[in-house]
Design a protein around this ligand. Structure first.
Ligand SMILES: NC(=O)c1ccc[n+]([C@@H]2O[C@H](COP(=O)([O-])OP(=O)(O)OC[C@H]3O[C@@H](n4cnc5c(N)ncnc54)[C@H](OP(=O)(O)O)[C@@H]3O)[C@@H](O)[C@H]2O)c1
Length: 262
């Protein structure tokens, strides 16, 4: 791979008309590569993309990622590189390995489409098959200032179940409770502490910008059942002492958790 020239590499992004796809299309264009993008009704079809491009990246909604990869995989060549940007990694990486003969790398950028550059932002990398493209991938992202974390798809999904699925579920719970309370958010903001302002901003982002993404991150997480069970158990534990107004027991419950010490 190291011997390949920039003009020999064309990059295809399926979902390149969307938020994240566009960021990566711009990035590769800035680096001097020819980039083809497609969406549901725009751009080359899947066989044409696989035929023209040495690197193909899938960046479509999580719920249809497997289906798109299964259509694309058989068209990929053995010496090509297949990657995805999906927020979950176990199922997409498995689908890329099963459906294509290509080299496979799973990516998860830990930022949204609003960033001006990759500088200081983290990208998770899951090396799945082949070694000839990884230096090229790392070189492009590190040159742009990104921080790279290498892990397995399974470990990624376990950690992101907490960073994203639980975290977003928590924000959605708060948002839905505020809405059911019936309070006017503009009034609430007048009383907000700085941290609560930030929480309200997060809730607004989730409820107005791409709710499908948050729904899929939560509901399709392989750890969602454990999260829901723990959520219910934790609330029940808290309720049992709060019902009794047992502040000492509540203090003990909080203190015993040792959170914040590491
Ligand atoms: N947004 C984030 O903050 C974020 C962060 C990290 C990772 N991701 C991951 O990035 C991926 C894309 O998310 P996004 O936020 O960029 O979504 P998005 O803005 O909704 O874009 C989705 C893209 O997929 C295309 N698409 C939809 N259905 C398709 C189909 N059946 N066949 C082919 N293309 C199809 C859309 O094309 P048209 O609309 O032109 O038809 C569009 O280009 C997801 O896997 C997500 O988990 C998102």
């Amino acid at each position: 791979m190291a011997n390949r020239k920039r003009q020999d590499i064309q990059i295809g992004i399926i979902g390149g008309t969307g938020g994240m796809g566009r960021i990566f299309a711009d990035l590769f264009r800035q680096e001097g590569y020819r980039v083809h993008v497609s969406g549901r009704t725009r751009g080359p079809d899947i066989p044409t993309m696989a035929d023209a491009c040495q690197v193909v990246i899938v960046s479509v909604p999580i719920g249809i990622t497997r289906e798109v990869i299964e259509q694309l995989g058989p068209h990929m060549k053995e010496d090509a590189l297949l990657m995805d940007l999906t927020s979950l990694k176990t199922e997409p990486v498995k689908a890329m390995l099963q459906s294509s003969p290509a080299e496979v790398i799973g990516l998860h950028p830990l930022f949204g489409p609003g960033v001006a550059s990759l500088s200081g932002y983290t990208i998770v990398i899951c090396l799945a098959r082949g070694k000839s493209w990884i230096a090229w991938v790392k070189d492009i992202f590190t040159k742009q200032g990104a921080i790279l974390i290498e892990t397995t798809p399974e470990r990624h999904d376990e950690v992101m179940a907490l960073v994203q699925a639980l975290n977003h579920l928590n924000s959605i719970t708060l948002g839905m409770m505020l809405q059911q309370w019936g309070i006017d958010l503009a009034e609430l903001r007048k009383y907000a502490t700085p941290i609560f302002h930030t929480k309200l901003d997060i809730i607004k982002e989730i409820f107005t910008n791409n709710p499908r993404l948050y729904a899929e991150i939560i509901a399709l997480s392989p750890h969602i059942q454990k999260i829901l069970d723990l959520y219910g158990k934790t609330l029940a534990d808290l309720k049992s002492v709060i019902d009794k107004k047992d502040t000492e027991a509540l203090t003990r419950l909080i203190r015993e958790r040792d959170i914040g010490k590491s």
